[in-house]
Write a protein that binds this ligand. Structure first.
Ligand code: SF4
Ligand code: SF4
Length: 177
């Protein structure tokens, strides 16, 4: 990453990072800020200070649920959710070894399941995630309990019109080019 990193992120996300005056409304409304190593307003501050690289291996990027509460609340109309998306993109490039584990990996497996079935196939997702993390027996008791109570299904149940879901993924791929 070069020293103009923050401006690259700014350009990618189309946001005016310099407009943030650290009011903290984004963090106050964020439902997962408690689990972040850098809170939403701190993400903005680090970018303003040109220290965006510190964010690329941070947990905050992958904890963010893209709920857009921060975006809605920001008095400066900064789309923080979109900014975090851009940072995830750079993070995958800069730290592929990090993004193959934990939350980034879960995101990937989750999306693959939605792409294939039009909705999440919980059992398949769990097995695939555990396999990739090399923790095959993780949550075995819980899985058994949920299957026995029919909280999750043994086989996938695809949605009727999977074509529409596939179109969303194709449009997203086109947009990323
Ligand atoms: S709500 Fe907007 S202006 Fe306030 S700290 Fe967050 S990003 Fe900055
Ligand atoms: S989009 Fe992410 S950072 Fe913003 S409020 Fe939601 S979880 Fe928090």
């Amino acid at each position: 990453m070069n020293e103009n990193f923050w401006s690259e992120v700014n350009r990618a996300a189309g946001q005016k990072i310099t407009h943030c005056y650290q009011c903290g409304k984004c963090t106050a409304g964020c439902p997962v800020a408690f689990a972040m190593d850098y809170k939403p307003h701190q993400i903005l501050r680090l970018l303003q200070l040109g220290r965006g690289e510190e964010l690329l291996s941070s947990r905050a990027l992958w904890v963010c649920s893209s709920c857009q509460t921060c975006t809605t609340r920001c008095p400066c109309h900064i789309d923080l959710a979109r900014l975090i998306d851009a940072l995830r993109f750079f993070s995958r490039q800069a730290f592929p070894q990090v993004t193959r584990h934990g939350m980034p990996l879960f995101n990937e497996v989750f999306l693959r399941s939605v792409k294939r079935y039009g909705r999440v196939y919980e059992l398949g997702l769990t097995l695939q995630f555990n396999l990739k993390e090399r923790k095959v027996w993780r949550d075995l008791d819980l899985g058994h309990f949920m299957l026995s109570r029919r909280k999750i299904r043994l086989l996938p149940e695809p949605v009727e019109n999977r074509k529409e879901v596939a179109q969303i993924f194709s449009a997203e791929k086109e947009g990323a080019r």
